[in-house]
Design a protein around this ligand. Sequence first.
Ligand code: RP5
Length: 167
Amino acid sequence: MGILGKHTVGIIMGSKSDLEIATEAIKLLHDFGVQADVIISSAHRTPKKTSEWASTAKDKGHSAIIAFAGAAAHLAGVVAAETNVPVIAVPIAATSLAGLDALLSMVQMPGGIPVAVMAIGKAGAKNAALFACQLIATNDIALYEELVKYRRKMAADIEEANKALTL
Ligand code: RP5
């Protein structure tokens, strides 16, 4: 697609150290023509800024929010507490526990405030962007078709890899 359309997704990360992983999602959203409203804001270092940003997500027209955080990663839950816009969390490997700490913090939300959790790191960032596009595509047939093409390309790439096998 390439040209940024009407849809927007909020991207929040707890620290600038999360940016490298978050960039994977931002780039993929842009490839599908979805704009990203990006902010660095922490649940514990800048709690007021985080609450304000999350509580205005619906007014800003965001179809989904992707939250990146490492360590005791309460960011996604705090954001989800402020809005009914769907929140997708991506755990970051930021400590000696290699992201398992963040994964468990995100996935163990008590009943009532849902957070959808992806894999740790780059794969999670990629899938978070694709999942956000899938949510939007339930009401956007053009975007749905782009997602279908994306999967066809993945399958074609595997065919090419098989052809190139020389074992
Ligand atoms: C979390 O702590 C952030 O999301 C980051 O992944 C982790 C480490 O942050 P820095 O100490 O690198 O700023 O809040």
